[in-house]
Write a protein that binds this ligand. Sequence first.
Ligand SMILES: [Zn+2]
Length: 496
Amino acid sequence: MALQIHDTLAGKKRPFETVEPGKVRMYVCGVTPYARCHLGHARCYVAWDVIYRYLCYSGYAVTYVRNFTDVDDKIIKRANERGVEALALANEFIDTFYEDMDALGIARPQHEPRVSTTIPGIIALVEKLVGKELAYAVDGDVYYAVERFTGYGKLSKRSLEDMQAGARVEVDARKRHPMDFALWKSAKPGEPSWDSPWGKGRPGWHIECSAMSMEHLGETFDLHGGGRDLVFPHHENEIAQSEGATEQPYARYWSHNGFINIDAQKMSKSLGNVFDVADVLKRYEPQVLRYFLITGSNYRDPINFSDTMLDEAAARVAYYYETLRKAEAFLAEDLPAFEGPLPGIALIETLEPRFREAMDDDFSTVRAIVPVIEGFKLLNELIATRKAKKRAAAQAAARKLMAALRLVDQVLNVFGERPEAYLERHRAKAAARNDIDMAWVEARIADRVAARVGRDWAQADAIRDELLGRGVVLMDHADGTDWTIDDAMGLEKAPE
Ligand SMILES: [Zn+2]
């Protein structure tokens, strides 16, 4: 089955047909950089990264645009509080945005336009709308005349009457209709401003996305994404601006990601449960947060964040890396070449097609991860094959299975790091989370070695149990003892 995407405009899943075959032009609304990224940003941009990666994986040449709203009330307010330039403040938080997003393995789009560098395009678009009498200027401000655009409300499925009833609309005698929105705002003291045909001022929020998408993707493009909270008014306004100006369809598909809840509650400043990505990444590896966000729910659905969920994700990702570490050693073993039926071949050969089928169904990552989980379980079984005769067959199967897992990780981007490097960092963070002193563990391991040298098996076992009681699992190898924190409890253990 070919790719189907849920389209908010159509209110259902539709087969994905792009303007130009083989090419996807997509736009996702970016951040207003006035603070560090919180988990809501991670949820949104990981979701869109997986979609972007999957479109590339499916063979499309994708042009991906994501903007920075670097001119905005919140930025100006914060900059004034701090006594710095608004654009300097925005730049500071664009840097921290990249820090967080790069850590989460989120690919950078090809174009990342900023409001501050798109002013001529924005002014030209506003002029066009004024020229078509879809907008009007009052005292240096320019408003969009919503009554002049017949399709207004088609995305959010609301009429102008509904919107007026539902919104807390302030009476503004200068507006022709209460829902008319600002395209251009006249300059106030202490704010960044630019010259325009209506005097000094700055753009309203919504116009930038119409101007930027048009500049980089043309009048009609394929996919427009963003958080569900943007459907109204932001995306509704984008449609009015773009289609009003060009008289062409704007985005062919509109997709919206769901929210993140914290411990089953809405994330909000008033509840004090807004967590910064950077704070979460002090306690967990970025792959853990990414894995949780990908597999905890499909992109359109809400996702429930909790420490328990992250612990489970941490265990799962550690198990993947532990398995890969052992699999790499297994593949390096010098075994005879094998010809014949491979163990587990049915799963190995269907892993990638099953992954693809789930992803083709509106990017169902929850289903797509199932064959991956099964694949790792099988990989452990193959590594555990003991009989010399069967081991060569298992090795050949493991090689094929690893290739399938590596392939789908082009989309997941979770387990591609060197296993040793990942596991070392994971262990340090798991120890810190569980309040375990790593030096103490090493000291007890040395005590156990001494006990074993002295053939005091009871003492050696007692130390092992003592460590296990703290969640520290020892793994004896020919060349020493390794250890990990057992938050992988309940997962299939790879044999030593
Ligand atoms: Zn936007």
